[in-house]
Design a protein around this ligand. Structure first.
Ligand SMILES: [Mn+2]
Length: 315
């Protein structure tokens, strides 16, 4: 009897893609990696539950090799022969930052070495530090961050590896060349000194309000035109009304279409060599909207990244 494979059945990998936890045998175009880690959080923890819950809701949208049809664009995304697998989670240990970061960096490196694009699901935003470290073999990489917050704190209380510091740590890495930070806004985004330091580094700073006023095309023009991008998406770039399930939700953020349109355009601008999606803390959102917004955004962005490659191959 042939399996029907309805969304509710089966083992819960991301969008029910095949599971490959043995990196030696990894052979795919994209690989999902979960990082169930929230040791970098100073206030509301809970993002360690992010990867598992995002996987669960993502099964609702799984169509396997058939990919998914987008009626607005009249195109099929993520269909075979594209191969996508779920590599499970990095081997983190609670309370041990160095050991967890080593495990995260190692896992991302295994994926990159196979020529596969890592799609990383956090975890708090500090996980982007070891993710970025693991991209050093890819040469100069430009980082594009979508976030309500600047994440440029140096070391509050001496802690250099918290979720308020990933962009500052990336600015210190020699293979990270430039940055654009989009969606910044409101109380608690960061201190003035940190904004000054980011400007001095040369980061392109675009507030949420400015991005909405400019529109997608003009925002894209402000992002340096380069070959390779690493994209880091904090769920709090979205407005609090559609993403309450996070440690520092913030009003004045992007709608689903606003952020997804920017991601779609960015995927056409250059090679996205890796992206992460962080800060989903499902327990603050009993309605479960946040995890759906996350899963659908991840699937959309994956689709547009591979669609660009498809179009280039067909040329
Ligand atoms: Mn962040």
């Amino acid at each position: 009897m042939k399996k029907i494979n309805m969304p509710i059945t089966g083992i819960c990998s991301f969008a029910k893609y095949p599971i490959c936890t043995d990196f030696e045998n990894l052979e795919a175009d994209m690989a999902i990696l979960g990082i169930p880690y929230d040791t970098g959080v100073g206030y509301l923890t809970g993002t360690r539950l992010g990867p598992r819950r995002v996987r669960e809701v993502s099964t609702h949208y799984s169509r396997g090799d058939a990919g998914f049809y987008d009626p607005e664009r009249d195109e099929v995304f993520l269909a075979a022969p594209w191969k996508i697998v779920d590599c499970g989670d990095a081997d983190v240990i609670h309370g041990n930052i160095e050991q967890s970061f080593d495990a995260i960096e190692w896992a991302v490196r295994q994926i990159v070495e196979k020529g596969t694009i890592p799609v990383v699901i956090g975890g708090d935003h500090s996980i982007s530090i070891p993710v970025a470290r693991a991209l050093d073999s890819l040469g100069p990489v430009t980082v594009v961050q979508f976030d309500a917050h600047l994440d440029w704190s140096d070391a509050p209380g001496g802690q250099r590896l918290g979720n308020g510091s990933p962009m500052r740590r990336m600015s210190e890495m020699s293979h990270i060349k430039e940055m654009a930070q989009i969606g910044l806004r409101g109380l608690g985004s960061s201190r003035k000194e940190d904004f000054d330091a980011a400007k001095e580094y040369g980061s392109v700073l675009i507030s949420a309000r400015e991005a909405k006023e400019l529109g997608v095309e003009k925002v894209m023009e402000k992002i340096p035109q380069r070959e390779r991008y690493y994209v880091t998406i904090d769920i709090d770039a979205f407005d609090i009304s559609i993403a309450t399930g996070t440690g520092s939700p913030s009003p004045g953020g992007f709608s689903f279409d606003e952020l997804n349109s920017m991601l779609e355009a960015l995927a056409q601008k250059g090679d996205i060599v890796c992206f992460d999606f962080v800060e989903v803390a499902p327990q603050y959102d009993p309605a479960g909207q946040t995890t759906r917004v996350a899963a659908m955004t991840i699937l959309n962005f994956m689709g547009h990244i591979l669609k660009r490659k498809e179009n280039m191959q067909n040329k």
